[in-house]
Design a protein around this ligand. Structure first.
Ligand SMILES: Cc1cc2nc3c(=O)[nH]c(=O)nc-3n(C[C@H](O)[C@H](O)[C@H](O)COP(=O)(O)OP(=O)(O)OC[C@H]3O[C@@H](n4cnc5c(N)ncnc54)[C@H](O)[C@@H]3O)c2cc1C
Length: 618
C-alpha cells in the first residue's frame, strides 16, 4: 500500500503514521529552494559540470526533486546529467504527490511527468527517467540506512529531509548519518531544515563541518555544512570515472544499441560496428517479442532485476516508438502450468501495479476459465528491431554495417584497442571497446567469456478473417503467443520459441515448427485449433541465436580491469533481452562513470563479467 496522507485544512499534508507534517511542503516552494537547493550552493555549484549527483534521505511528496529539476531546466549552465537519488520507506501515492505539487502551478508540468512514472514502487531501487535521460531519479524504497548502504557513488550534494527528529529519530540517528557520510566525498555540501542538537552533533561526529544559517520566515535557522573530516575516511577506493571521448561498440543488436545510446547520452562519440548490413541482424531481429516481468514466491533476484528491466524498456519504448504499431503495453497473461500463482504471498498494493492473479474475465478472454494464471499489467509486446534503430539515431552514434570483427588487439604504446578483421586489417580503434556481439563476444575476446549459444525459432503467420479465438492479449507460461501484431499489409500472430543449446544454425526447421505448435496446443488449445497447420507455407519461421551465461543472467561491466583495461562486455541477455538490455546498458554506463546505479548494488554484483573467473590474457 502507498502511504496514507491526511490533508489539513490549511492544505499541508500530514502523516498519521509519524504524527507530523511533511516538512518540505511546509512554507512551500521558496522554503524548499532556500533550504535545500541554495543550502547546497546550487545551482552555482553544478555550473558546467558533466554530472551532478544529489542524495536525499526522505523523498516525501517529491517537492525537493521537482524544485531541483526545475532549477536544472532553467539553468543554461546545467550539468549534462542530473542524478537525484532519494530514499523513502513509505512512498506516497502519485495522486498525493500531484496534490502536493498543485499548490505550485509552475511545478505542475514536471509533477505530471513524475506522476506517470510513480507506480509499482516495491522495496528496492526504481529508476525514473526524464528529459530524454538527462534527469535520472532513483527512488530507493526501503529503510534509509539500508538503502544508503546499497549506494556505491559519491554524492555532490546531500539533502537531509524527513519528519522531525522527535517523530522519526531513526532517519537522523548516528548510524544513518554515518551511512550518509559513506556516500560523500571531501567537499560534498549538505543541507537540512532541522538544527536539532542531535543532528548537528551527529553530523560533526561523522566528519561534517556544520553551521546554522538564517532561514526564510517563519523559519529562523537552517543547517548547512560540508563533508570535511579531520581524518582520511576508510572506504573502498571509489571507481575512477572516465571522461567521455570516443568508443567502439561491437554488435548492433539491442544490447549494442542500448549501450551506445546510454554512452552517447553521457557525451561519448560512439561507433557501432556490425557484421550485418543493417542493425538488428541477429536475435534482435525477432519480428516481435514479449516484455514481461519474472515472478517468484520469494521475489528472487531475477524477479527484481526483471522489474528494473521492464520499467527501463517501457520508458524507452514510450519515448522512442509508436504505441500500437511498434510496441504495445497490452498486459500479458501468464499461464501457471504448475498450478501455483507464482506471486509473492505478501503482494502489496505496489506489487499489484505489476502483477496479480488473473481475473475471471481475463481468463475467459483467453478461453482458460479453469486455468491458474496471473496478469502482468506492465508488460506487452515490442518489435525489438524498431527499438534498435531508434536508439541508434542519437547524434552521438555512428553506425557501420558489413564489418566482421575477428580480433581485438591492445596497443601497448597508446593503451587503445584495435578492432581487426579476419585479414588483420584495422576496422576501428578506441580506448574503450564494448563487446555486444552476442555469443561471438567470447571468440572476439579470445580468452573465453563463458557464453553459450542457444538457437530459437518462432512461428508466425498473417492473420486471416474468421480467426475469432485470436483475440485478447499475449499469453506466456509454456512458450508464448502474441495474437495480433500490426504490420504493413495487415497483422500477424506469432508463437514460440524453440530452444536448442550449443546450436548456431539459423536455418528454419520444420521440427521446430511442430514443437511450437505442440506447446501452443497445451498453452492455448482454442487458439491452436483455429490456426492453419504449421507445416503449411502460410506459417512462416524465423530463427536466430540467443546468447546465455551459465547462470542465465547478463554479463555487464569491465572484462578484467587488470588484464584487459578499457574492454567492457554487455551481452548474455539470454531469453530476456527485451527486458534486460536497456537497464543493463544504463548499468554499464553508470559503472563506467562511477554514477548511482539503476539497481541495488547486490543486483548489479550478480551481473559482473568476472563472476565466473577472470580471463587471463589479452
Ligand atoms: C526465437 C527467439 C525468441 C525470443 N523471444 C524473446 C522474447 O519474447 N522476449 C525477450 O525478452 N527476448 C526474446 N528473445 C531473446 C532476445 O531476442 C535476445 O536476448 C536479444 O535480442 C539479444 O540482443 P543482443 O544485442 O545481445 O544480441 P543480437 O541481437 O544477436 O546482436 C548481436 C549482434 O552482434 C553482431 N555480431 C556478432 N558477431 C560479430 C562480429 N564478429 N563482428 C561484428 N558484429 C558481430 C551480430 O551481427 C548481431 O547484430 C528471443 C530470442 C530468439 C532467438
Amino acid at each position: 500500500m502507498t502511504e496514507v496522507i491526511e490533508w489539513l485544512p490549511d492544505g499541508t499534508p500530514y502523516s498519521p503514521r509519524y504524527g507530523d507534517r511533511y516538512r518540505s511542503e511546509l512554507g512551500g516552494l521558496a522554503q524548499a529552494r532556500e533550504v535545500f537547493l541554495h543550502g547546497c550552493g546550487l545551482p552555482a555549484a553544478w555550473a558546467d559540470q558533466p554530472q551532478w549527483r544529489i542524495l536525499e534521505t526522505g523523498f516525501g511528496l517529491g517537492l525537493n526533486f521537482l524544485v531541483t529539476w526545475q532549477a536544472w531546466k532553467a539553468d543554461p549552465q546545467r550539468p549534462r546529467l542530473l542524478h537525484f537519488v532519494s530514499c523513502e520507506i513509505h512512498p506516497a501515492s502519485a495522486a498525493d504527490m500531484l496534490r502536493g505539487a498543485a499548490a505550485h502551478p509552475e511545478l505542475m508540468p514536471l509533477a505530471q511527468q513524475l506522476q506517470r512514472q510513480m507506480w509499482g514502487l516495491l522495496p528496492g531501487f526504481h529508476r525514473l527517467v526524464f528529459e530524454e535521460g538527462q534527469v535520472l531519479l532513483t527512488l530507493c524504497i526501503g529503510e534509509a540506512r539500508a538503502m544508503l548502504r546499497e549506494q556505491l557513488f559519491e554524492a555532490d550534494s546531500v539533502y537531509l529531509d524527513g519528519f522531525s527528529p522527535a517523530k522519526n529519530p531513526g532517519i537522523w540517528d548516528i548510524h544513518t548519518l554515518k551511512a550518509v557520510a559513506r556516500c560523500c566525498r571531501r567537499g560534498t555540501r549538505i543541507a537540512s531544515w532541522t538544527v536539532a542538537r542531535v543532528v548537528l552533533d551527529g553530523l560533526a561526529q561523522c566528519g561534517f563541518e556544520v553551521r546554522k544559517t538564517s532561514g526564510l520566515a517563519p523559519k529562523r535557522d537552517n543547517l548547512q555544512g560540508e563533508f570535511a573530516p579531520q581524518w582520511e575516511p576508510r572506504k573502498a577506493a571509489p571507481a575512477k570515472a572516465v571522461t567521455p571521448t570516443n568508443c567502439v561498440v561491437i554488435g548492433a543488436g539491442l544490447a549494442g544499441a542500448a549501450v551506445a545510446a546510454s554512452l552517447a547520452r553521457r557525451g561519448w562519440q560512439v561507433e557501432v560496428l556490425d557484421a550485418h548490413d543493417a542493425p538488428a541482424g541477429g536475435a534482435s531481429g525477432l519480428p516481435a517479442g514479449l516484455l514481461v516481468p519474472h515472478i517468484s514466491p520469494d521475489d528472487s533476484l531475477l524477479s527484481r532485476l526483471s522489474r528494473c528491466g521492464v520499467r527501463a524498456t517501457l520508458q524507452q519504448a514510450e519515448a522512442l516508438l509508436q504505441a500500437g504499431e511498434e510496441w504495445q503495453a497490452s498486459g500479458v497473461l501468464e499461464r501457471r502450468m504448475d498450478g501455483g500463482s507464482g506471486l509473492p504471498e505478501d503482494g502489496s498494493g505496489a506489487g499489484c501495479d505489476w502483477s496479480q492473479a488473473a481475473s475471471p474475465e481475463q481468463l475467459a478472454q483467453a478461453s482458460l476459465e479453469d486455468a491458474m494464471a496471473c496478469w502482468h499489467h506492465r508488460a506487452g509486446w515490442i518489435k525489438p528491431a524498431r527499438l534498435v534503430n531508434a536508439l541508434l539515431t542519437h547524434p552521438g552514434i555512428s553506425w557501420r554495417g558489413g564489418l566482421h570483427a575477428a580480433k581485438l588487439q591492445r596497443e601497448s604504446a597508446t593503451g587503445s584497442w584495435q578492432v581487426l578483421d579476419s585479414l588483420g586489417r584495422p576496422l576501428a580503434q578506441a580506448d574503450i571497446v564494448v563487446l555486444a556481439a552476442g555469443y561471438n563476444s567470447a571468440q572476439l575476446q579470445e580468452s573465453g567469456l563463458p557464453l553459450q549459444a542457444i538457437r530459437g525459432q518462432v512461428s508466425w503467420a498473417w492473420r486471416e478473417a474468421g480467426q475469432a479465438a485470436l483475440t485478447g492479449c499475449p499469453v506466456n507460461g509454456y512458450g508464448s503467443f502474441i495474437p495480433a501484431v500490426p504490420a504493413e499489409g495487415g497483422s500477424f500472430w506469432l508463437c514460440g520459441a524453440s530452444f536448442h543449446r550449443d546450436d548456431t544454425d539459423t536455418q528454419s526447421r520444420q521440427h521446430d515448427q511442430q514443437t511450437n505448435f505442440e506447446r501452443l496446443q497445451t498453452l492455448l488449445p482454442d487458439a491452436a485449433r483455429c490456426l492453419p497447420p504449421f507445416e503449411s507455407p502460410k506459417v512462416q519461421a524465423w530463427a536466430a541465436i540467443r546468447c546465455a551465461s551459465p547462470d542465465r543472467l547478463p554479463l555487464v561491466g569491465p572484462v578484467n580491469e587488470a588484464t584487459h583495461p578499457g574492454l567492457w562486455v554487455h551481452t548474455a541477455m539470454g531469453s530476456r533481452g527485451l527486458t534486460f538490455a536497456v537497464v543493463c546498458a544504463e548499468l554499464l554506463a553508470a559503472l563506467m562513470h562511477a554514477e548511482p546505479l539503476p539497481m541495488e548494488h547486490r543486483l548489479a554484483r550478480a551481473l559482473t563479467a568476472q563472476r565466473f573467473g577472470l580471463p587471463a590474457k589479452s
